[in-house]
Design a protein around this ligand. Sequence first.
Ligand code: MN
Ligand code: MN
Length: 465
Amino acid sequence: MEENLEKTLLNKKENGWETIDDSKKETIFKFTKDYMNFLNKAKTEREFIVEAIKMARENGYKDIAEFERLNPGDKIYFINREKSMYLGIIGTESIEKGLHIIGSHVDSPRLDLKPNPLYEDTGLAYFKTHYYGGIKKYQWTTIPLSIHGVIVKPNGEKVTVNIGEDENDPIFTITDLLPHLAQEQMEKKLKNGIEGEDLNLLIGSIPYNDEKIKEKVKVNILNILNQKYGIVEADLQSSELEIIPAFKARSLGFDLGLVAAYGQDDKVCAYSSLVAMMTLNNVKNTAICILSDKEEIGSMGNTGMESHMFDFFISEILNKLEINKPNLLDKVFCFSKMLSSDVDAGYDPIYSSVSDKLNAGFLGKGISLNKYTGSRGKSGASDANAEYVAWVRNILEKNNIKYQIAELGKVDIGGGGTIAYILANKGADVIDCGVPVLSMHAPYEVTSKFDIYSAFETYKAFWEE
Ligand code: MN
Ligand code: MN
């Protein structure tokens, strides 16, 4: 009797692994193996979009421009400048009843090259960088780094760069001071230990063999770049080259239960929502999957979620359904429901003092929902309505999906945000809903395979509702 009462009344948050059988575990391991393989090919926003287009086309999705008019069941996508993408399936229900949107981001913290990056100092050549997103700078020194991105020449010719990933490629690194001479550095605050202007990438050391040349190592590097990519120094001004960890995604732990990889914020949610969308066939409400860019620097710019590009995509759907009329776009947004699929701060027992244990997202306990984010008294948060939280809970509970409702950390300890508020501002019901991560924004981030699969199950169930 007592036991039953406990079971009925208490919100017990079980370890997900204890709730599944061997065949489910196998399904989870298969899913996350595919995820790790995907991550190894899609380490930047541009690379993610290339892989997403391939996956979408293999599953019958076509560019919305290829359609004259749209009908229920049609599978569409729209590419925004190779860095963000929206996908959709037209539902059988009138679109005026609203969209079911899942939105993640495919950019991750990193170091970008400055427009004039190349210099030589005492026989060593370097690229200067400007960090992108919130990083702890000291974490980016003395690890193997690779260079990914594009260089565009004035004639429009585009060179794709990916160097440091293949076993036969060289890698690059940012050096740090030896402990023997670091007395002064070690007295500094952690955030000042490595300065932003010192995040310079070591890229070469052999001089060009010509007496008359002044900067021989720099010229040698430019000569190599010219032979390899057909570029000159000025072309680096119109490039987007990103310095990211050269690590591969790997299983972590003797039991293989975790994933360690770069860029899981937010490619873990981007991947699991993308794959969930690929499993859909007929949906009632029009299903939309957003893979946005620039979230890590505030979602600004024309590939960020603040841009009107998304409105344009939905307007195009309304045009091609041949139902568009004044204010319809607003109406569609106001009746829409959204999961903002971004990662959550996982509870880390080593740093337990920053979390409220009752309200933290734990690794292995399933998808983590944040009713609100923000900081200092929920400032800047899009706080989901209780009615909507209940609606989402109902989907999770009837599909037997493990979930936890959490906060980012203790009150007044810090905070953060996602793209949730942007869609909420358009009138949609939105809640943050993603995978808990350890070492978020570090070169190597950690997630639980159980949670990754529960994210996939959540996104699929939401769209199938
Ligand atoms: Mn994120
Ligand atoms: Mn982030």
